[in-house]
Design a protein around this ligand. Sequence first.
Ligand SMILES: [Zn+2]
Length: 148
Amino acid sequence: MSSTIYKLIPEDVHFMPEKANVEQVRSYLASIFPVDKISIEQSEDIQFVDQGENFDQITCPSCDTVIELKWWHQAMDNAWQSAFKDLDVQLPCCSAHNTLHGLHYDFPAGFSRLIFEIENPEEEVTAEQVRMVEQLLGCKIRMVNARY
Ligand SMILES: [Zn+2]
């Protein structure tokens, strides 16, 4: 059976949350979803937060060209050498400068030190709930809807 995991990550890779705010988000999520479905991952290391089977394609945010996966894998390997601290890339299509986090992932994906996960909820996580998390945490949130 496949599973769906909603992963909420800060839009800003380097965002440093207040402990109290993280706890507020935990309480808020626990008021909506069963506690055993919620997990919070927080670490010093930046990790790639993937969308699993929901991966469709990656496009350039400057010119909308579909990015070759071979180029992307190479860029991921390069970034990994800095433990994802340096995510800067120059796009092969139009030479625009961006970051691996700033590319258009379809479905969304990204890089983060902080991930709120909700596994197989009976109801979808709504835009309104995401806005509430943004308010409690004090930053914009990117929702990564993963399927495995
Ligand atoms: Zn481009």
